[in-house]
Design a protein around this ligand. Structure first.
Ligand SMILES: Nc1ncnc2c1ncn2[C@@H]1O[C@H](COP(=O)(O)OP(=O)(O)O)[C@@H](O)[C@H]1O
Ligand SMILES: O=C(O)C1=C[C@@H](OP(=O)(O)O)[C@@H](O)[C@H](O)C1
Ligand SMILES: [Mg+2]
Length: 161
């Protein structure tokens, strides 16, 4: 959360001429409600099932740039859905920058708690090794969204040579 997937993904799609899909927006459209409402009404597990369904559907569509939600690639079933079909890119951003970016956020249900900083730290530490092993490419996400989008394109080019 907060590493810039949605923002950078949109830039990357524009620069690569691909269609952009934000996985959370995709789920929200199908469900007819916001991610926060899904968590509130049906709980996180139901959201994770919807997210998995979205992964299966989107992994079968060619020519997209997909910004996943931050939890998607912590589940092996979702990594399996994309593996070999698409490149999985990790945007690597230090925790202190993420905290700064999400300081005033009210839309991410897992962070709406008094010990938000500690929740972010715990998620970051638990998830980073999983992300690192799932990623085909890791790119720093500290720079501007546009520069990061170009860094992803370069990394893909280099890998394909
Ligand atoms: N490269 C960046 N530099 C500075 N702020 C950024 C950058 N990328 C995203 N942001 C800001 O950080 C917040 C989270 O970005 P977002 O794209 O929603 O992240 P994610 O989809 O990974 O949760 C937003 O307020 C966004 O404007
Ligand atoms: O990390 C997570 O578990 C989540 C990240 C969110 O997406 P972003 O990473 O785009 O904020 C969204 O899918 C939901 O709030 C859960
Ligand atoms: Mg996002």
């Amino acid at each position: 959360m907060g590493c810039g997937k949605t923002t950078v993904g949109r830039n990357l799609a524009r620069k690569s001429g691909r269609k952009f899909v934000d996985m959370d927006s995709y789920i929200e459209e199908k469900a007819g409600m916001k991610v926060s409402e899904i968590f509130e009404k049906y709980g996180e597990n139901r959201f994770r099932d919807m997210e998995h369904e979205a992964c299966l559907e989107l992994a079968d569509t060619k020519g997209l740039v997909i910004a996943s939600g931050g939890g998607a690639f912590t589940f092996q079933r979702n990594i399996d859905a994309f593996r070999g079909k698409d490149k999985i890119v990790l945007l690597d951003v230090p925790l202190d920058i993420i905290k700064q970016r999400l300081k005033n956020d009210t839309t991410r249900p897992l962070l709406q708690r008094p010990d938000k900083d500690e929740a972010m730290r715990q998620l970051y530490e638990k998830r980073l090794p999983i992300y690192l092993s799932a990623a085909d490419i890791t790119v720093s996400g500290k720079s501007t969204p546009l520069k990061t989008a170009y860094a992803i394109l370069n990394a893909i080019d280099t890998q394909e040579k």
